[in-house]
Design a protein around this ligand. Structure first.
Ligand code: XMP
Length: 321
């Protein structure tokens, strides 16, 4: 792999920022560029670098795939507005749910999301704006895992032999490709991003679809979204690296109001990790686990089983698909 990692202790944030701002300006010249902001640290840092380099020649879009967490699209757009960065909110629910219909295989689901994102929504935005460049926050871990064949990270194109210029009509600029998450968080701090963004737990590009086993339908996403809200409320003070809820495909027998209830299963994961490359389960107090199970089964109709996953990564991965 010819991309050289810049380790956290080697990173000089101000110098890195100045170099990347210069590089982005030089590459884009007087053309238009576009980027997608998800609110995660990677895309937030890229947005700030891009705005410093290009000002209003960068169009930043939040693509609402219908797979995001509760109120996430509105929240991210208003937060960046406060930072002086205008963000267009694009409703793309139909494109994504259309592409995910009837798909149950994890790789096919990831592929459907990649295609909807780059080939569908983005290609259309690029045509509309005349942008020649796409700025994105691919990081070193994404490349490593994709090249190793562990998972196709949805933002990797060239490493998979996809030429975005030929396939979709734009070139990709990836300023964070040499960094892992801790280094990207440090950059976020130097760029003046609020705590809420630079300390935010990672969230995957395929969003809640990475947490739905089996078909990703609007109803199943709604269920995992509500479970996610509960898990985030209960575990945000745990200090863990990442915590999430997963919706299983199989139903199990449970009982409610003295009657048999054949219902859904939700799995909770809470990870200790520094770089997402390896991880282990947080030793959560039993009361916290009980509260999670109690709230999820009481607040989400149809859920009769809540489990806590204690497997390490590897062999597990952090997300479910
Ligand atoms: P896994 O599940 O591969 O996740 O152990 C490692 C870290 O990456 C996040 N993740 C993704 N991020 N696109 C992303 O931008 C993706 O396709 C993707 N899949 C997983 C995951 O949340 C974890 O922090």
């Amino acid at each position: 792999m010819e991309i050289q990692e810049i380790a956290l202790d080697e990173l000089k944030p101000q110098r890195f920022i100045a170099d990347k701002v210069r590089e982005i300006s030089a590459v884009v010249g007087d053309q238009m560029a576009i980027n997608a902001l998800s609110g995660g640290i990677d895309s937030a840092v890229v947005t700030m670098l891009g705005h410093r380099a290009l000002g209003d020649r960068l169009r930043t879009c939040f693509i609402d795939s219908g797979l995001m967490r509760e109120k996430e699209p509105e929240r991210v757009v208003s937060l960046f507005k406060e930072l002086g960065v205008p963000v267009d909110l694009i409703d793309a629910h139909e494109t994504f749910f259309g592409a995910l219909k009837d798909k149950t295989d994890p790789e096919e689901k990831r592929q459907a999301i990649t295609r909807s994102f780059y080939g569908g929504v983005f290609a259309r935005l690029v045509r509309e704006t005349g942008a020649k460049y796409l700025l994105q926050g691919t990081n070193y871990t994404d490349i490593e895992e994709t090249v190793a064949g562990i998972k196709r990270q949805h933002n990797i194109l060239e490493q998979l032999g996809i030429n975005p210029e030929e396939s979709y009509g734009y070139r990709v600029i990836e300023p964070l490709i040499q960094l892992r998450k801790p280094a990207i968080r440090k950059l976020g701090q130097s760029l003046g991003l609020p705590q809420e963004i630079h300390n935010r737990p990672p969230f995957p590009g395929p969003a809640l679809a990475a947490r739905v086993i089996g078909e990703v339908t609007p109803d199943r996403v709604r269920l995992v979204r509500s479970a996610t809200t509960i898990v985030e409320e209960e575990l945000s003070r745990s200090g863990a690296f990442q915590y999430l809820a997963i919706l299983h495909e199989d139903r199990v027998t449970g009982m409610r109001d003295g009657k048999r209830d054949y219902g859904f299963q939700v799995e909770v994961r809470c990870w200790e990790s520094t770089d997402a490359k390896t991880g282990s389960a947080t030793r959560l107090p039993f009361e916290v686990l009980e509260r999670l199970a109690g709230r999820i089964t009481a607040e989400l109709p149809g859920v009769v089983s809540v489990t806590y996953n204690i497997t390490k990564k590897p062999p597990s991965t952090i997300e479910a698909i």
